[in-house]
Design a protein around this ligand. Sequence first.
Ligand SMILES: Nc1ncnc2c1ncn2[C@@H]1O[C@H](COP(=O)(O)OP(=O)(O)O)[C@@H](O)[C@H]1O
Ligand SMILES: [Mg+2]
Length: 363
Amino acid sequence: MKIKEKQFYALWELKMLDPRNLKEAKLRFEKKELIGSGSFGKVYLAHDLQLDAELVIKEIKKENLNKEKYFLEAQILYLGDHQYITPVHYACECEENIYIAMPYYKNGSLENKLSNEFISVREIINIGIQILSALHNLHSRNLLHFDVKPSNILIFNSNEVHLTDFGLAKHGDKSMYAAHTCGFLDHAPPEFFSEVESGVQHEIYQVGMTLYRMCIGEDAFQQQTKRMANEWSLHKEARETGSFPDFSKSIYPDHIPLRLKRIISHALEPDRMNRYFTALDMLNELCAIPDDLPMMLDWNYTVHANSKKIWSKRNLHGTISLTVEKNNNSCAMKSIANSQQRIRNYCKSDIKQFEIQKFLREH
Ligand SMILES: Nc1ncnc2c1ncn2[C@@H]1O[C@H](COP(=O)(O)OP(=O)(O)O)[C@@H](O)[C@H]1O
Ligand SMILES: [Mg+2]
């Protein structure tokens, strides 16, 4: 009975296509370099021989997909068309693989960037706003991405990021729910472990986790997740006991504004009913931070091997910095023209956390 159904489907499909108009054409590209790989496929920098152009080809093994879903990833990416979503040039197939062609982002992913540095609060807010605006656009078209995380965010330029990798994306039903597929557990919300369907709040949680990760830094994030590896039961237990993510007082660096921490906590609420209702609600709250806290936005933060922390930034007059040693001895400096001056109130032994925060708020 099943086989007959399939035959009927194939016949219907053939009937719909007019063989006189159905064309097959040759497409050639040369793979240059493997730049990424995941569970479903590989991503190559390639040379398109027709266009004589450099682009990126995502190669997905057909054996990992149901036939009717061969082009789903490319189709949703195409439907999602938006300023902050990777554009798709074309999609095609050969015997074994599906190929999706897109532009090459030479700066790589946000994950690469976070592995080398902390980024400023201004950048964190901008990235959050852009990703939420991409998601708002997807949701308005009844689409769900389901895999928001730093490795799926590509750096377009110093002010702009694009959401990519629609490998787990789905069409939502009328209430914007869809069966979720097992993805990356570090960003999975608690309900993922007990329910088969999720919707917008799943993605709100994933954005919250992405912001959390940008704020606390990659080392602190990996320290929390490495003990769970990608083990389903360990992740489930950590969500049930509330041991992950860690919200203890010392987890955030001192330049992260309280308002941003509150937005992250709201997005990461264990009960999905308590999270932001829409991507737009969360986006609006992030937009309101910069006006409120102009001094906190541009600190450049580094942590050194001996736990020495340094905050620095450029302002209208020159540069300003605060160094705090492991034993809480601190030194604050400002440069005016070519001379360096100590800021005496903040060069002291045993500086307190509230004093560090006051300095970062007021300078
Ligand atoms: N267009 C691109 N330009 C540059 N790097 C890319 C591009 N697309 C993907 N990558 C890199 O390849 C990695 C895997 O790509 P992705 O589409 O996320 O595939 P997967 O489904 O395997 O996770 C990304 O995390 C990123 O580092
Ligand atoms: Mg990916």
